[in-house]
Design a protein around this ligand. Structure first.
Ligand code: VGL
Ligand code: ZN
Length: 199
């Protein structure tokens, strides 16, 4: 327990019903996430945090619609509706989230030209957010993940956590998925194969 950190991924208004990139049932996880927060000694949260005109927004690309894929310098990038714009109400944590015990909030996706699903690396899989260094400096060797969305930000964070050498679990009932063209099943299988403990 002293070496374990709970990482709560992107429990923000825009990923909940009524939000710009609503995940079905996204708000249903809040009570369970709050229970996990109460039962962990160390809590970290992430906040998707894009500048207006971000390159992951379909609106930034002439003739493109949300959920289409483009080829970015760093590989394929899904395009999204404008969401989690820095300082907007949609970027705020869900009002029911017990965020006060968070020891760190990592903001990600703030560089206009690159998206960041993972809490550890941006979508080039090379630019670090600083989270791995922070956890290691503090002697935290085990991470437990929950939040939104299972098949994007939670999944990529879990895969990177394993790569960075952390013992990694995902509390699946405390996550909800976007599920684009089978992305939930694909990510679940990737996590299992990588050695993520799916709880
Ligand atoms: C997310 C798509 C775009 C997520 C963030 O939190 O899973 N998905 N930005
Ligand atoms: Zn985003």
């Amino acid at each position: 327990m002293p070496h374990k950190a709970l990482i709560v991924i992107d429990v923000q208004n825009d990923f909940c019903p009524g939000g710009a990139l609503a995940v079905a049932g996204g708000d249903e996880i809040v009570p369970l996430v709050n229970h996990l927060i109460a039962s962990h000694d160390h809590v970290v949260m992430t906040q998707d945090w894009h500048p207006a005109g971000h390159s992951s927004f379909a609106s930034s690309h002439e003739g493109k619609a949300p959920f289409e894929t483009i080829e970015a310098d760093y590989g394929p990038q899904t395009l999204w509706p404008d969401h989690c714009v820095q300082g907007s109400a949609g970027a705020e944590f869900h009002a029911g989230l017990e965020w006060t015990r968070a020891e760190l909030v990592i903001r990600k996706g703030f560089r206009r030209e690159i998206d960041s699903y993972s809490a550890f690396f941006e979508n080039d899989h090379a630019t670090p957010t600083g989270l791995a260094g922070y956890l290691k400096d503090r002697g935290l060797t085990e991470v437990v993940l929950c939040g939104l969305a299972t098949d994007f930000c939670v999944g990529f964070s879990a895969l990177d956590a394993v790569t960075c050498g952390f013992k990694t679990s995902v509390v699946m009932p405390a996550c909800r998925a976007i599920d684009l063209e089978g992305s939930l099943a694909a990510m679940t299988e990737k996590m299992r194969a990588a050695g993520v403990h799916l709880l």
